[in-house]
Write a protein that binds this ligand. Structure first.
Ligand code: ADP
Ligand code: MG
Length: 259
């Protein structure tokens, strides 16, 4: 049975999409069958692995609300072992339309749980909000990765996110775990970066992944080539760090590392 991992933080620009794409690609590189689910109307994960969101007709939303079958929208990516459920801008309207549906928090779970037979890992790239689609993602997920940018105000908003996770655990998804806090955009030369690492580790201790993602230009430029960093420059520090994260997650979950 596969594991569903949501990458969430209501703060924008902390590295959710970069982490979702590159973790998914790294798990695929380790030959785990991986599905990347783009749950953000901005569709950055969709374009980041080479699809034009303008060409996308159906997204996770059509599966959640209109009963479109996942087989009809799952796209195979240019990377072996990696498939995508894409997003498009209409996902913005989804929140509003879903408000009146019964079990409105449960829709994504109904769509994704049957796919756990087909995939080892399902990675959801959440939008920068704690709205209904993100609540759906956290209700569907077995665990959540929280990217934390090594910047000023790194911890800002984390309390609210952890509180939302607690509410979801108590009302909707008692099995939801925190897979880990992921420090991103770390710059070894900056005192601030080091202070953030220390502060986050002090507060959250063993909840923080050992792997720290450095600030790396290959990570920021690879989306413009429509590929994950591992295809853009496999030797880059960015690509290697996400491969290390994938290994850390695989080991933590007691799945044998394939390579
Ligand atoms: P989010 O999805 O949380 O909004 P993104 O993953 O889109 O965040 O990252 C925000 C911006 O920072 C993007 O331009 C992205 O390319 C860049 N970025 C993310 N992680 C890194 C990194 N480790 N090194 C350099 N740039 C990064
Ligand atoms: Mg994003």
């Amino acid at each position: 049975m596969g594991k569903i991992i949501a990458v969430a933080n209501q703060k924008g620009g902390v590295g959710k999409t970069t982490s979702a794409i590159n973790l998914a690609a790294s798990l695929a590189a380790l030959e785990y069958r991986t599905l990347l689910v783009d749950a953000d109307p901005q569709a950055n994960a969709t374009s980041g692995i080479g699809f034009d969101p303008k060409d996308i007709e159906n997204s996770i939303y059509e599966c959640m609300v209109d009963g479109v079958k996942t087989e009809d929208i799952i796209m195979s990516s240019p990377i072996d072992f990696l498939d995508l459920i894409p997003s498009h801008i209409d996902l913005v309207g989804a929140e509003v339309e879903m408000i009146n549906l019964p079990n409105r928090e449960d829709k994504m779970k109904q769509v994704l749980v049957p796919l756990k037979e087909k995939y080892d890992f399902i990675i959801i790239d959440c939008s920068p909000s704690l709205g209904l689609i993100t609540v759906n993602s956290l209700t569907a997920a077995d665990s959540v990765i929280i990217p934390v940018q090594c910047e000023y105000f790194a911890l800002e908003g984390l309390g609210k996110l952890l509180n939302t996770i607690k509410i979801i655990q108590s009302r909707l998804n008692p099995d939801l775990e925190i897979e880990g806090l992921l420090l991103t955009m770390y710059d070894v030369r900056l005192r601030l970066s080091n202070q953030v690492v220390e502060e986050v580790k002090m507060h959250f201790q063993q909840m923080v992944f050992d792997t720290i993602i450095p600030r790396n230009v290959k990570l920021s430029e690879s989306p413009s080539f429509g590929v994950p960093a591992i295809l853009h420059d496999a030797e880059s520090k960015g690509a290697i760090s996400y491969l290390n994260l994938a290994r850390e997650i695989v080991e933590k979950n007691g799945v044998a590392v394939a390579q």
